[in-house]
Design a protein. Structure first.
Length: 295
């Protein structure tokens, strides 16, 4: 059986499932991907390893994936309860389970296993985990996306108060209680910026908008709590236009290697007086893209 859709499509779907703790669906998708043909062997090795990890971590998940589109509130509660019970069971069987998860997060290369270990740490009722994660966040130079995942884990664990750490040489102060756990929990201003890009590209440049959606949520998580993030929340249309134009230019660079700044500024009504802030926003996004997972 060949792939009915692009590899990127399935990789994105898999990431979304894991981020939203839909482990049953992720297991089903991985089984499907392993049955398809036409990809490099390294992809199958990665999927096989992730599937084995998920099956070991969540043995109670059924064989069938949930119905797409049905109301998920009860299901999500059930999945969270199951994940919590699994973590409790593993800790009862192995007193060093929390330490193993912390080592996976703190010492091994950044991977899907890192994120899954963080998810498991969210369900272990051990106060020392809060101290370990907070200290690690403060003392180590971490990739911005990993920093955000640690903040989410602390919030899921019920931690409170402010945490101060450094991100790209900027001191960041974050209230753990306010850290978004899902994309829809970000402020409305963040959504409006993406909607502004949608207005300009969704019909005539659907490919650009598709990649803009993926880049935007990653970038927003990476700059959460910084001066850049604060500027996105300013209550004026100018900053919405500026960040939308910067996102458009960054994605255009990735797709075609270049962009037409004058056309883009005109498209988003970015006037000459706003040009400097546009250049700052564009530079921030380009630095994030260039850094990749090694930044």
């Amino acid at each position: 059986m060949l792939f009915p859709k692009t590899l990127d499509y399935y990789q994105i779907q898999l990431t979304v499932m894991l981020e939203n703790e839909r482990y049953g669906e992720a297991i089903s998708l991985l089984r499907f991907l392993l049955q398809c043909q036409g990809q490099e062997e390294r992809h199958y090795d990665e999927w096989r390893a992730l599937l084995e990890w998920l099956q070991a971590a969540f043995p109670n998940y059924g064989e069938e994936s949930p119905v797409i589109g049905e109301v998920r509130e009860e299901e999500e509660i059930s999945e969270e309860d199951m994940a919590r019970q699994h973590a409790k069971s593993k800790l009862e069987q192995d007193e060093g389970y929390a330490d193993k998860l912390l080592r996976t997060v703190m010492e091994e290369p950044l991977s899907e296993q890192t994120m899954l270990a963080l998810e498991q740490l969210a369900y272990l009722d051990l106060p020392e985990i809060d101290d370990a994660l907070t200290s690690w966040l403060k003392d180590k130079s971490l990739h911005p996306l990993l920093q955000f995942r640690v903040l989410q884990t602390l919030r899921r664990r019920g931690a409170h108060g402010e945490v101060i750490f450094t991100r790209n040489e900027e001191q960041v102060e974050v209230e753990i209680d306010t850290v978004p756990l899902r994309p829809e929990e970000f402020p409305l201003q963040i959504v409006r910026i993406l909607e502004r890009v949608a207005d300009q590209t969704e019909v005539h440049e659907p490919t650009l908008f598709y990649f803009a959606q993926e880049l935007w949520i990653q970038f927003v998580m990476a700059v959460y709590g910084t001066r850049d993030y604060a500027s996105m929340l300013e209550e004026n249309d100018s900053m919405t236009d500026i960040w939308a134009a910067a996102l458009h230019m960054t994605v255009a660079d990735s797709l075609s290697g270049t962009h037409n700044e004058e056309d883009t500024r005109s498209m988003y009504a970015v006037t000459g007086s706003m040009r400097f802030r546009l250049e700052q926003a564009y530079r921030s996004m380009k630095q994030f893209v260039s850094a990749g997972l090694d930044g």
